[in-house]
Design a protein around this ligand. Structure first.
Ligand SMILES: Nc1ncnc2c1ncn2[C@@H]1O[C@H](COP(=O)(O)OP(=O)(O)OP(=O)(O)O)[C@@H](O)[C@H]1O
Ligand SMILES: [Mg+2]
Length: 573
């Protein structure tokens, strides 16, 4: 389906508004025609009878005509613009709805700012386009139509002279339109780059400042806005060129008309009032045709933005439920990796991973940075699908479980702390929206977060702002732990969950986690080996392979990588 067809489909629910608006447009358009038509009988009457009543009535009639026209114009504008706005809102919601379905791989392919610019800027560009275009096509289209009817009715031979030039204008307009569409797409891409810098530097302002890179960022920003300008300038150029060119060509038509028409009047082939009526229609038709021409350019600009928007709506999520996916209740939490291989791109990140975690066991993953620990646990939540092999929960392949159910099995405290611009209570409630205040508080207590929350003037109702800027690293981490506690899932993943805590709060949180870990299968990733001494099983990863496994004592006895890692850490301490 064409981009334009799809936009029209989005406006279907608002056909009532569109109908009112179209009727109003027809009224406005035909009034223009009527006005031009009436010039002839009016002039005739005035010239023939020299009747003064016509003269006195004329201003009133003109005013009334324009009054009705003004009301219709308002109805036309108001209803079409609101319909456009509603349709575009739905498109924007669809973009967001679909992007929420997309997998992490999609998000890693692009910048957050670029995505935001699609949802905001591209949609706005498209929106401006649609509203303008529909208004103009309805109203100007009808006005042009009615005026053209008058033109042909008055004198078809003269009309033909006028229209000799039209094919030339159309061809030129189309050429320009095509270029504008491409330029629009490219300038929207540049706008995405601008948004990306904004997003990165606003959220990473601390880093920018600590490295004293404000000036550098400003110059990078300027460069990007300049690149944006380069495309917009071209866009403006073609937009501004199209009207003068059209006007110039039309003037050829008008000159022809005056010449041919004038000599017709002189030869008595037509009357002066008829010729004036014709000229009025000609003069009036000029504006709607010009605006139809520039609408064509606006359509092309919108189409450029719309393609980028529909690209996201059409993007297929890589991970979806199979048709025969099963619904499961709360699992036992038996997890098995069977010969799992995985790669983000071409290079393997995990190789031949096989492991068993029985219900209630604690499995620790250790290994050098970049060895694949976070990747391994992310496969369990199906953030990515394995390249080969299988992962099972209670002996069911996770690819056969409905994603909705799978998500319920796992609580994750991630390496990257994510808090939302909301109250503390709601940030914890992200783990379970049905939780009561008492349950939220209990979770916070278990995560050793209650004390500092209660000390805040607004307590749990404190709005912590985007990314929780008002909290310390350790406090934020404890909020995330409370969230996971509240979720109460049979499988728990702690990726560096205690890394931002001092030794004392770490011990407290460790106690909380110990409570939390009973009756749950837990995967712990920790650089600080002291936190995993009591794990049932420790897996040592190196370059995506499990190189050693066993409990703390067994691994020390083996005298391999684990022993070396231990020695390094405890000698440092
Ligand atoms: N989204 C991604 N796309 C491509 N490669 C990735 C992606 N995420 C991680 N990698 C690569 O996969 C490898 C394993 O990364 P992973 O995050 O699993 O390591 P890790 O063991 O958790 O490290 P750390 O202890 O530093 O957290 C790394 O070489 C990394 O460069
Ligand atoms: Mg990691």
């Amino acid at each position: 389906m064409t981009t334009f067809g799809r936009i029209i489909r989005y406006s279907k629910p608002y056909w009532g508004r569109i109908l009112v608006s179209t009727l109003a447009a027809v009224a406005v358009g035909s009034m223009d025609g009527a006005f031009a038509y009436l010039v002839e009988p009016l002039l005739k009457k005035i010239f023939a009878t020299k009747d003064l009543t016509v003269f006195t009535l004329l201003p009133l009639v003109v005013f009334l005509l324009f009054l009705v026209r003004a009301v219709c114009r308002f109805l036309n504008d108001y209803f079409i613009r609101t319909a456009g706005e509603l349709a575009v809102q739905e498109i924007r919601n669809d973009v967001y709805r679909n992007s929420m379905k997309l997998t992490l791989r999609f998000y890693h392919r692009q910048t957050t700012g670029g995505l935001m610019s699609r949802v905001l800027s591209d949609v706005a560009v498209m929106q401006g386009g649609i509203a303008n275009v529909v208004t103009s096509i309805c109203r100007d289209g009808f006005s042009a139509l009615s005026l053209l009817t008058v033109i042909f009715y008055r004198n078809w031979r003269l009309a033909l002279v006028t229209f000799l030039v039209i094919p030339v204008t159309v061809i030129i307009a189309q050429k320009i339109g095509k270029r504008i569409k491409r330029l629009s797409r490219e300038s929207q891409e540049k706008m995405g780059d601008v948004a990306a810098i904004l997003q990165e530097t606003f959220s990473g302002i601390k880093v920018v400042k600590s490295f004293g890179l404000e000036k550098w960022e400003v110059s990078r920003f300027q460069e990007t806005t300049r690149a944006y300008y380069r495309f917009v300038r071209k866009n403006i150029k073609y937009n501004s060129l199209s009207s003068p060119i059209a006007e110039l060509i039309t003037s050829l038509g008008i000159s022809g008309v005056i010449w041919v028409g004038g000599s017709m009047v002189l030869r008595g082939e037509t009357t002066a009032p008829e010729f004036f009526s014709f000229l009025t229609a000609m003069a009036l038709v000029y504006k709607p045709i010009k605006s139809l021409n520039s609408s064509y350019n606006t359509i092309q600009t919108s189409a450029g933005a719309a393609t980028r928007i529909f690209e996201i709506i059409d993007e297929q999520p890589e991970i979806v439920d199979l048709p025969d996916a099963v619904t499961i209740g709360r699992s036992q939490g038996n997890v098995a990796f069977r010969h799992v291989n995985f790669a983000y791109g071409d290079d393997p990140v995990l190789r031949e991973i096989s492991l068993q975690a029985k219900s209630g066991e604690i499995v620790a993953l250790v290994g050098p940075s970049g060895s694949g620990k976070s990747t391994l646990v992310s496969l369990l939540s199906r953030f990515y699908d394995v390249t080969s092999g299988a992962i099972c929960i209670d002996d069911v392949d996770i690819r056969k479980i409905r994603i909705e159910c799978l998500v319920q099995q796992i609580a994750l405290v991630d390496q990257e702390i994510t808090l939302f611009n909301d109250t503390l209570a709601n940030n914890i409630r992200y783990g379970n929206f049905d939780a009561t205040d008492a349950e939220v508080e209990a979770a916070a207590m278990a995560a050793y977060a209650h004390e500092f929350i209660a000390a805040l003037p607004e307590g749990y109702a404190t709005n912590i702002g985007d990314r929780g800027v008002r909290l310390s690293g350790g406090q934020r981490q404890r909020i995330c732990i409370a969230r996971a506690i509240l979720k109460d899932a049979p499988i728990l993943i702690l990726d560096e969950a205690t890394s931002a805590l001092d030794t004392e709060s770490e011990q407290m949180v460790q106690k909380a986690l110990n409570n939390l870990m009973t009756n749950r299968t837990t995967f712990v990733i920790a650089h600080r080996l002291s936190t995993i001494l009591h794990a049932d099983k420790i897996l040592v990863l190196e370059s995506g392979r499990i190189v050693e496994q066993g409990n703390h004592a067994q691994l020390l006895a083996q005298g391999g990588l684990y022993k070396r890692l231990c020695e390094m850490q405890f000698s440092k301490a």
